[in-house]
Design a protein around this ligand. Structure first.
Ligand code: NAP
Ligand code: BGC
Ligand code: ZN
Length: 356
């Protein structure tokens, strides 16, 4: 079968031939439909994040997949079920995090991530996976199933951020998303449609006309250009925001988030930056953090419950959003286009098998 693999840091993804996988006990064989591409894939391709499986020089990409069960292999799944796989797997047998159903909380070294950290991903015509890692979705969502994983990442981050404010009466009115990539835009849509903030803002660094700014404004949010407005001054120098969701991977934003927050506010940090030394006024930030009861939550990955919540969220998002957000779904014959970047690219996916 065909798969898309990369030698991280050494070139572009290529199509490779790999043996058809055989499901072990407890695993199902899945025919891949579509696999999304996100900022993390580009970081993996560049060699900035993740690792190849031990003893190999290439990694099969892809962690945002949707497929259809080809062979349930004696599991509770049925042939023809539409499923989305979770990302993390235990490295050596199982461990306490996986046993608890909380692989997203596993420490470094205690997980692999398919398509990212030490395990081949889903960008192949078929993949196998343990039945408990395959989350069923309705057939009507199959064409958009590759958006379940990124939405699940935000389900988790929002859950953790809100939980950090659960010890008192917290009534957030305003939210700010840092980053107009696909994760930022999907989260902004979640803020608009499911969380119902009064006012929302989204930070980018693009000139108009730009498709992401159009999406921000169509969602009813205000676009803010980081080249003109410092993050702590959003929406202005007198007012601050209750919730900040960072999805830029720009390291200064972690610290600017503390200043941008209103008293009692919370910031969720999602970006995965590289090492970068710069000056900050640590004393001022520390003081503000304490005296204004602020919280910062780092969040990575997601578990099965978040995938289930994400499926409901996906169903509730407006159709126009998908038309605007998904700028390309490409077959294997033109898979390179799914990895192109540019101001006219928002979210792309590779299609391995047609939906009809
Ligand atoms: P992406 O497509 O690269 O989006 C990042 C966006 O942030 C881009 O649109 C970029 O603008 C914008 N940006 C970067 N620096 C900026 C600045 N200084 N001012 C204004 N805008 C800025 O990536 P993504 O897929 O949406 O993911 C976002 C981040 O979250 C990445 O770091 C990714 O690794 C991380 N991530 C984390 C998790 C997790 O579980 N924690 C899950 C998924 C992704 P331009 O396009 O104009 O350059
Ligand atoms: C994936 C997560 C993963 C994270 C860190 C994200 O792009 O969606 O599942 O945990 O990268 O590798
Ligand atoms: Zn991702």
């Amino acid at each position: 079968m065909k798969a898309i693999a990369v030698e991280p840091g050494a070139g572009e993804p290529t199509v490779v031939e790999r043996p058809l996988p055989e499901p072990s006990d407890g695993e199902a064989l899945v025919r891949t439909l579509r696999v999304g591409v996100d900022g993390t894939d580009h970081e993996v391709i560049a060699g900035h994040h993740g690792e190849v499986p031990p003893g190999e020089d290439r990694l099969v990409l892809g962690h945002e997949a949707v497929g259809v069960v080809e062979d349930p292999n004696g599991t509770d799944l049925e042939a023809g079920d539409y499923v989305v796989p979770t990302v993390r797997r235990p490295p050596n047998g199982t461990n306490e995090y996986f046993e608890r159903g909380e692989p997203d909380m596993a420490r470094e070294g205690e997980y692999l991530e398919r398509g990212i950290v030490g395990a081949h991903g889903f960008m192949a015509e078929y993949f196998t996976s343990p039945a408990e890692t395959l989350v069923p979705i309705p057939e009507r969502l199959a064409h958009l199933g590759f958006l379940v994983e990124p939405i699940s990442v935000s389900e988790k981050a929002i859950e953790h951020a809100v939980a950090s404010r659960s010890a008192f009466e917290w009534e957030p009115e305003t939210a700010l998303v840092l980053g107009n990539g696909s994760l930022g835009l999907l989260t902004l849509a979640m803020f608009e449609t499911t969380l119902g903030f009064d006012r929302t803002y989204c930070l980018g660094r693009r000139d108009r006309p730009d498709p992401t700014i159009d999406i921000v404004e169509k969602l009813g949010a205000t676009y803010v250009d980081s080249r003109e407005t410092p993050v702590p001054e959003i929406p202005d120098e007198h007012e601050s925001v209750d919730f900040v969701y960072e999805a830029t991977g720009y390291a200064k934003h972690a610290f600017e988030t503390i200043e941008a927050l209103a008293p009692n506010g919370v910031g969720a940090l999602l970006g995965v930056p590289e090492s970068w030394s710069f000056e900050i006024d640590g004393g001022k930030l520390h003081r503000e953090f304490v005296l204004q009861n602020k919280a910062l939550v780092g969040s990575v990955n997601s578990h099965r419950g978040h995938f289930e919540a994400a499926t409901d969220t996906l169903e509730g998002l407006p159709d126009w959003l998908f038309d605007d957000l998904v700028t390309g779904v490409y077959g294997l014959d033109e898979y390179e286009r799914a990895f192109e970047t540019g101001d006219d690219v928002v979210k792309t996916a590779v299609e391995f098998s047609s939906l009809e």
